[in-house]
Design a protein around this ligand. Structure first.
Ligand SMILES: [Zn+2]
Length: 112
């Protein structure tokens, strides 16, 4: 891994931990998929949908999100199972993909 990769992974982990700690156990409003720190796909959590990023197939179904398929060597993102609570996330480090369940109270930007 390059130094930038390590940094990126660290940032992703901290962001995921912060989201996890900040969020009460409420159903998520939307599923957001990030690749390398960039938002690449979203889907309302109540709808059905799927996307493939870097070979990682993310499925949203029945208010839950999970990784159905991934080319990563350890497969722990697939082993993470299904997530449904706001603030939960699945991170695939080798593919730099993260799946985050975001709630209605989380804003992309705050303007004063
Ligand atoms: Zn993975």
């Amino acid at each position: 891994m390059k130094k930038a990769d390590v940094l990126l992974v660290g940032v992703l982990l901290i962001a995921a931990a912060a989201l996890y700690l900040a969020a009460p156990r409420r159903p998520a409003a939307r599923v957001a998929v990030y690749h390398g720190g960039n938002l690449v796909w979203t889907c309302p959590a109540a709808e059905e949908g799927e996307c493939t990023v870097s070979g990682v197939r993310v499925v949203v179904s029945g208010g839950e999100a999970y990784v159905a398929q991934s080319p990563c060597p350890d497969g722990c993102c697939m082993a993470a199972g299904r997530i449904s609570a706001q603030g939960r996330s699945i991170v695939c480090l080798p593919m730099e993909v993260s799946v985050v369940l975001e709630g209605p109270g989380q804003l992309d930007a705050v303007v004063y």
